[in-house]
Design a protein around this ligand. Sequence first.
Ligand code: HEC
Length: 127
Amino acid sequence: MRSPRSFGHAALAALLAATPAHAGDPAQVEQGREIFKDEGCPQCHGFGGKGDGYLLGMLKEPVKMHDWTDAATVQGWTDEYLFDITKKGGEAIGKNKVMLKYGNKLTDEQLRAVTAYARSVMPKQEP
Ligand code: HEC
C-alpha cells in the first residue's frame, strides 16, 4: 500500500537517483532515506549529506565532516567502504571514532539501503 505521500518521496528519490550515475534501486534508496532520518545520521551528516548537522557544534572536539555532494571529496569511495564504516564504525577501520558503528542496530540489508541513499546524493565519480 502506498499513500500519496510516500509515492511523492519515491518519485523524488527516483528523480534524485536518476541524476547521479549511481542510480541504485529507487525503492532501496527511499528505504535508506528513511533509515538515515530515523537513525539520526543527519545530526552529523546533515539531511542532504553535506556534513552540516547541528550536533557537530556540541561535540567537545571539532570534527571535520565530508561533503557528500562534492565530487572531489567522494572520489574513490567504494560501496564497500561506505558499508564498512557504517557497519563497523570509524574507529574499527582507522577513521574518526565519532562515526559510530551501526552494525548492531541495522541489518546488512538496512545498511545497504542507507549507503545506497548516501550514494544517491553523491555526484558521479570519474572512472
Ligand atoms: C556523531 C556524528 C555522526 C553520526 C550521528 C553519523 N556519522 Fe557517519 N561519519 C561521521 C564522521 C565524523 C565521519 C568521518 C569519518 C572519517 O573519515 O574519519 C563519518 C563518516 C561516514 C561515512 C563515510 C563517508 C564520510 O563521510 O567520510 C558514511 C557512509 C557514514 N558516515 C554514514 C553514516 C550513517 C548512514 C549514519 C547513520 C546511520 C551516520 N553516518 C551517522 C559522523 C557521524
